[in-house]
Design a protein around this ligand. Sequence first.
Ligand code: 13P
Length: 255
Amino acid sequence: MRKKIVAGNWKMNLAVNEGEKLVKSILDRLPKLKENRQVVIAPPFTHLIQTYYQTESIAYLNLGAQNCYSEASGAYTGEVSAAMLSSVGVNYVILGHSERREYFNETNAMLTKKVNRALENNLEVIFCCGEPLEIRTNDTQNEYVSKQIQEGIFQLTAEQFKSISIAYEPIWAIGTGRTATTEQAQLMHAHIRSVIADKYGVDTANKVSILYGGSCKPNNAAELFACADVDGGLIGGAALKADEFLAIINAMMHS
Ligand code: 13P
């Protein structure tokens, strides 16, 4: 059975002491999860060590980063390498988030390098894809998302591909309160799985966790996670509130 994952992407929010409190309130009520159910907390870089010490004893609670640089080391002022993340106990990294693609001009070619660096350092990658509204309006989202995946991660071998999860995050649903319908999510997730099957075979495709992101909240998580090809969620706003994040984890636990 493939892994179900709820990952909290804090984006650029909370001071370290606020993050510490949030993690504490999550830990106070975190249910025990089976081996194929995982939670990831991805705070800003500055919070990683603190969060590591708070969560290291819980096997199903993983530490994630929101980005890493495409080069291994050197004169890249302000950047953080995959090896550095590994060295503070990070085991997941989110790559290709639409905010990074849009505001920091990350291209699929750049993301290929980042993914390679992450895997060299034994990080699991949550690779993000998703279309803007005009692409959805033109009904060309399948082609758009296929291209992001093909250009971003199809350089990998089938063995390497085992370290990849995908997050489908339609840009028009991020932070807008407008969630994809279960039908839209299921259709796209099935499409993504078929693109992976064409390249790596059905067995590999069936093992890839495909998460949904974009206004995933306690009131819609259960129905989204009930879709056959939705294996959890990448959560933004609701990951900043312990009650909401825990409710989404509970929805995943029972899916
Ligand atoms: P929201 O849950 O705030 O819509 O954000 C989704 C997201 O971008 C997670 O990476």
